[in-house]
Design a protein. Structure first.
Length: 95
């Protein structure tokens, strides 16, 4: 069982940020796409039909929060969902 007294304010903030990411349809779609395969910003932009700056902003936030990881392929940056907690949540949501 979770004991509230043992949870730090920093942990609460981090979990809150994670829930904000999951609570936005476009960001949630990015997570679903990058769960199945690695994708660059251009591919995400095309798949979602949203602007490149918006996708870049979302990806930057998720990278900062440790949700997405990346690798470079020449000049391209390729992203993938790497956070096991988020993967579990997506499995629960989309079973």
């Amino acid at each position: 069982m979770i004991s509230f007294e043992e949870i730090t304010e920093r942990e609460l903030l981090k979990k809150s940020e994670l829930l904000k990411v999951l609570g936005h349809p476009e960001r949630l779609a990015i997570l679903l796409l990058t769960y199945k395969e690695e994708m660059c910003v251009r591919e995400l932009t095309e798949a979602l039909q949203i602007s490149q700056p918006r996708v870049s902003q979302y990806v930057g936030l998720m990278k900062k929060l440790g949700i997405l990881s990346f690798r470079k392929d020449g000049t391209k940056v390729i992203y993938r969902l790497s956070n096991s907690v988020v993967k579990e949540i997506l499995n629960i949501l989309f079973v």
